[in-house]
Design a protein around this ligand. Structure first.
Ligand code: SF4
Ligand code: SF4
Length: 183
């Protein structure tokens, strides 16, 4: 018996005190993804990368808003969203206690204001995304005033940009043919 106690004492504690004490997880543990809405520019990169379709983006053109949504019930904690996020707005946390009483509590949402196209007025990208593109120009060395002068161009939707490019013969080689009615 004494020998058994000695072996037990030597082995130390084989179990943890969880759930009466916090359970320490390993560094790099992939738990619940958390969004920092102040950092998010609503670019949608994470929603495209998510292999489990746990992330989605919904646009309400009437209200001029775009809503980012995470449904934890589908998340497989792969970390792809964190990898692709350009602004470090989304990160996996050490949190693993995810049980909830209501399905609705498995959702995280954040809503962003959309920028209307400078040409046609249709909302197409989030206001923060346009600001982010300008900030990147400044970061890459363009003086702030010159970057600001690009705002109208950056705030033009892809469809209007295409039309502008086609109408301007100096920008697209097809322009002269279109203007002459040859295409
Ligand atoms: S961790 Fe993976 S599955 Fe979960 S939201 Fe991010 S990309 Fe999707
Ligand atoms: S990739 Fe990052 S910035 Fe873009 S929508 Fe997802 S969380 Fe927001």
């Amino acid at each position: 018996m004494f020998k058994l106690f000695k072996t037990i004492l030597k082995a130390g504690e084989a179990t943890t005190k969880y759930p009466f004490a916090p359970f320490p997880v390993s560094p790099g543990f992939r738990g619940k993804p958390e969004l920092d809405p102040t950092q998010c520019i609503s670019c949608g990169a994470c929603t495209i990368a998510c292999p489990a379709n746990a992330l989605s983006m919904g646009t309400d053109a009437q209200a001029g808003t775009r809503t980012w949504e995470l449904f934890l019930g589908r998340c497989i904690f792969c970390g792809r969203c964190e990898e692709v996020c350009p602004t470090h707005a989304l990160a996996l946390t050490p949190e693993f206690e995810l049980a909830v009483g209501r399905r609705e509590d498995l959702f995280q949402r954040a809503t962003f204001k959309l920028e209307p196209c400078a040409e046609c007025g249709q909302p197409f990208a989030s206001h923060k995304e346009v600001d982010y593109a300008l900030a990147l120009l400044v970061q890459s060395g363009l003086p702030a005033e010159e970057a600001e002068a690009q705002r109208t161009h950056l705030a033009t939707c892809p469809a209007c940009k295409r039309k502008q490019n086609l109408a301007d013969p100096s920008k697209v080689a097809l322009g002269p043919y279109i203007n002459k009615g040859m295409l």
